[in-house]
Design a protein around this ligand. Sequence first.
Ligand code: MYA
Length: 633
Amino acid sequence: MHSSRARLLAAPRALVAQSFPSTASVRWQSTAAAPQSSTKTKPKSAPETSPSFVKNIFCGRLVTDQILPYPNVLTEEQTENLNMLIDPTEKFFQECNDAARNDELERVDEKTMQGLREQGAFGLQVPTELGGVGCNNTMYARLVEIVGAHDLGVGITLGAHQSIGFKGILIAGNKEQKEKYLPKVASGEHMAAFALTEPSSGSDANSIRSRAVPSDDGSHWILNGSKIWISNGGIAEVFTVFAQTPVKDERTGEMVDKVTAFIVERSFGGVTNGAPEKKMGIKASNTTEVYFDNVKIPAENVLGEVGKGFKIAMEILNNGRFGMAAAMSGTMRSSISKAVEFAANRNQFGRKIHEFGAIQEKLARMAMLQYVTESLAFMISSNMDSGSKEYHLEAAISKVFGSEAAWWVTDEAIQVMGGMGFMKESGLERVVRDLRIFRIFEGTNDILRLFVALTGLQYAGGHLRAIQTAIKNPTANLGVILDEGSKRAIRAMGLSHSGPLPDVFLSLKDQALDVAKTVEEFGSACESLLIKYGNNVVDQQFQLNRIANAAIDLYCCAAVLSRATRSLELDLPSAQHEKKLATVWVNEACSRARYHIKGSRSGSTKSDFDAMTSISNDLIENGGLVAGRALGF
Ligand code: MYA
């Protein structure tokens, strides 16, 4: 079907021209400042410079428009509106919702559902004229943080509904579709669900088999297929469904299958679901299989264009991921406050346990992880609110980082509380169960790491090719070549041409410089990988993981330096505390990033990667462990 397509994780994309000259003859380097609209230095064929901070670090560049100053796009009126929503939402979750009961019931209690409807919680981002609350992404993130602090099962019910269930209608629907569907989903009268995953198609989202064919008169489509693990699958009335559809290939003129997105109502007939799945966590949320049996979908229910559904699916997921980071930030706030209360009051060995270094390190690390996650969530939401379309990598990073941070923080909160944390009564046992899925769904963290690394490398490859082109016509592009050459010369002398990350508060200057230098090293490592492997870099997943980890650390560094700078400039009461969080975080994260960078390019780690491939192959061949028992019995 789409086997001939260049696939992100399968067949190679054109990451960099195979014929790239050796590193000795051509150098390509980072620039401390963005080469923004520098027509003088931009080769004719140079791709546009993206405003994305993350994309640009793959070229060793610091492009800080989305980073510094820490963005805040809320108007006074929006801030006022938000403040009016925060208290009742907190109060609702503290007084009316019972997370433990929902978990036991394995559904959200109807009283809670009704309360949420009354609060407008099902249509937070739907425009007010269509019956919603009219929140932008930043307001949404702040409210989601509250939900994440109290009940992740309710969070998924709400999130599967609006973050992905009807988000497609909101971002890709036409006027009629919005007017028809949004009022009822916003009021919570109709629940929505996102139907992408299938038994044979999980991470490889493009390989879905559900198929829709047009009726002879073109008035409708007939959909057949089945979906699995659909959040809200058993309670939704409206589904965003992805299915293969026959489309004429513009190049060959042949009919091929391509994914199309549809708005499907249960009331169309032929839509059924399985029993609720028995899960480890987020039990209160409803998860089922959904079956489509000759469902007649009116032609006007195609979402976007026929054959363009895969991109819509990706956009919906990209658009929702920052919400996960916001929810995780709230979860961590709650876990940390339990651990702090315990550590402040528990006596052991004649002292409060928070007086011991072992506990102090745990609490400090928990606070840093929460600070980073929250900084990411609101930086991304603000960038989205100011109209950026370039936040895919940042959003993926926030989802990966937030889900892992919340897992670690809640686990450590249990550890601080010891036996008490392990008891159901502490409430943390449920949270840990609920959290486990966040590293798996909405794109597994493993797939998202590869997505970040490969998309970044693809961007860097485009810029690398542009330098190649410049070299082919040296007279026309002398400026570029001299510029690149001089940067290389500086680096060859063991010097860095990077200044610190600009506009960071003076007392964080050392950290700002460390980030800039590490970005330079990172760009150089990406270049080496591209030159060494060319298109085959897509198959170097051991290295790609390390590249992704370094990119994640560097983006997190930029986010916390920016946020701490804002707090220091405003002289907030927490400013000095935030400075400490940012300092330790960046010091550790930069050395971790350098470790990953080294791991992506060193020969000795490569031989360990090869050995690990071989170990894994041995296990697969043997159907399990190969080594016998330690003492042979
Ligand atoms: S829903 C199910 C989630 N499933 C996934 O996330 C699937 C993961 N897989 C993928 O994302 C894709 O298959 C990957 C690409 C990334 C592996 N943005 O050939 P390709 C473009 C923009 O490389 P593939 C769930 O879990 C690409 O540039 N564009 O693709 C429920 C190319 O374009 P072009 C993208 O190798 C959770 C084209 O697509 C992206 O097949 C419930 C083809 O690319 C992208 N990301 O695989 C959660 N990727 O042709 C509830 C690719 O122009 C919410 N492309 O070059 C909870 C919210 C929090 C709580 C809220 C409380 C209120």
